[in-house]
Design a protein around this ligand. Structure first.
Ligand SMILES: [Zn+2]
Ligand SMILES: [Zn+2]
Length: 460
């Protein structure tokens, strides 16, 4: 199955019909372009109340099986990583041996990827092209342009993929955030210009398509978080996703404004902070102290950020709850703030962790309990989806990055916004965009691979 010069195809191998392990292919004129290469976790439920995994022996790290494309690797012109979330970048080190194509990404994402490749001794084997926003690159028969959009991690980009048969606008994960705090913002012009040029198909994030309204801006969280820090008497520990650089910057500014020192507890936080510094997006105004200093400060001068918002085992917050963290010991009355949402399936683990913290007489405040917003989603709600469709005006909408229900609602919304045609499907379906748009169901075999004791194994 090879696309001719008269074909323009979209083929998701992962991430369509589910949230996680994104792996998309575009096919034209004998070649393929991969967009994203991420991981996912076993279902159902990742962690039980004590933070241990509770699934039936499946590998913890899973990803889309790339067999279709690894069998025709010579046709794979390259791979683009849109942003550094695990569901988009996480499988690259595991699948590299099978794909061996050049990788294109922007600066912060490249820093995260370099660290991952170095951990597996692959750094010097991979041909990594670091591109700038607005830059265009010819990758095989595709002319790709990177476009700045906002998300819950810096440096998230959408792609305009141009071919002689038509243009595809691939959104990646996005929201419309007027005040993203860290990294680039977005310009409405960027997208209205694409609409003027003509977009055949828009392949778009469905995660929050069932949510009415507009996502909360990162900038809006300052007030809610500041209130909780300002009213705390003892130490404050905030837990959030390590990759949310904007949240860390907001907390650093709040710490400085209230005479506290910000320290980072947990490996992934340190890694992401380092990557943000190397990529030049960490502001000088955001001061961080060495975590080993935290234990020597008076309680009212401590603001720590800790990994473990999902109740995972062996994370900083678990250690703090158990009184076994080497850098910091909490005392009754210290305040713990969850500046994160629960990933579905993790609720028992988070509940278990909260109980453990409360048993130590620590005060726990979750995003649901806070009077003002202290967490913001990184994905577009319905008003944002409508807005982007109005700007881009594609002929065809292709909802991805969602479960069937998210994609169904998303397709309806796109059509209500004036898009002629919406095509929905799932991993393995071949979306033919020209000459007549249509979907060939289950055109290629798909599945999952798991990383188990140093090897890739099929997952049923
Ligand atoms: Zn993302
Ligand atoms: Zn994602």
């Amino acid at each position: 199955m090879t696309p001719t010069s008269q074909d323009l195809w979209f083929l998701p191998l992962g991430g369509t019909g589910e949230i996680g392990m994104n792996m998309n292919l575009y096919g034209h004129d004998g070649q393929w372009l991969m967009v994203d290469c991420g991981v996912t976790f076993p279902k159902p439920g990742r962690f039980s109340a004590d933070g241990t995994r509770h699934h039936s022996g499946e590998p913890e790290t899973q990803m889309a099986d790339p067999a279709f494309i690894s069998e025709r690797r010579q046709q794979l012109a390259g791979m683009i990583i849109t942003h550094a979330h695990e569901d988009h970048i996480g499988a690259v080190p595991y699948l590299w041996e099978r794909l061996r194509c050049p990788i294109y990404t922007t600066r912060f994402t490249a820093e995260v990827l370099k660290r991952k490749l170095a951990e597996r001794g692959l750094l010097h084997q991979v041909k990594l092209h670091v591109v700038e926003v607005e830059q265009q690159c010819a990758i095989g028969p595709f002319m790709v342009q990177w476009l700045a959009l906002t998300h819950s991690i810096p440096d998230a980009n959408a792609l305009m993929i141009r071919t002689p048969l038509g243009n595809v606008f691939h959104t990646g994960d996005w929201k419309l955030d007027p005040d993203p705090v860290a990294g680039h913002g977005y310009q409405p012009d960027t997208f209205t210009r694409l609409g003027d040029e003509g977009v055949l198909a828009m392949v778009c994030d469905s995660t929050n398509a069932t949510v009415a309204g507009h996502s909360v801006s990162e900038g809006q969280l300052y007030e809610g978080l500041e209130t909780l820090v300002a009213t705390a008497v003892g130490r404050v520990v905030v837990t959030c996703f390590g990759s949310n650089i904007a949240r860390l910057v907001t907390l650093a500014h709040i710490a400085a404004a209230h005479g506290r020192y910000l320290g980072l507890l947990g490996r992934s936080l340190h890694n992401m902070h380092q990557c943000a510094r190397r990529a030049g997006i960490w502001p000088l105004s955001a001061k961080v102290v060495d975590e080993t200093h935290l234990g020597y400060l008076p309680p009212h001068e401590v603001l720590a950020v800790a990994t473990g918002s999902q109740g995972e085992p062996r994370t900083a917050l678990r250690r703090l709850a158990a009184g076994s963290h080497p850098a910091l010991e909490l005392q009754p009355g210290d305040r713990i703030i969850f500046s994160a949402r629960a990933i579905p399936g993790n609720e028992p683990a988070i509940e278990g962790l909260i109980e453990q913290l409360r048993a130590q007489q620590l005060e726990v405040i979750t995003a649901e309990q806070a009077a003002l917003p202290i967490h913001a989603s990184g994905h577009p709600a319905q008003d944002e989806l409508r807005q982007l469709y109005q700007w881009v005006r594609p002929q065809i909408a292709i909802p991805v990055h969602g479960e069937a229900e998210h994609m169904r609602v998303h397709a309806q919304l796109a059509q209500q916004t004036g898009v002629d045609k919406a095509l929905t499907g799932r991993n393995g379906d071949l979306f033919m965009l020209t000459p007549v748009a249509g979907v060939r169901r289950q055109a290629v075999g798909v599945g999952r691979l798991g990383w188990d004791k140093g090897a890739l194994v099929p997952v049923e």
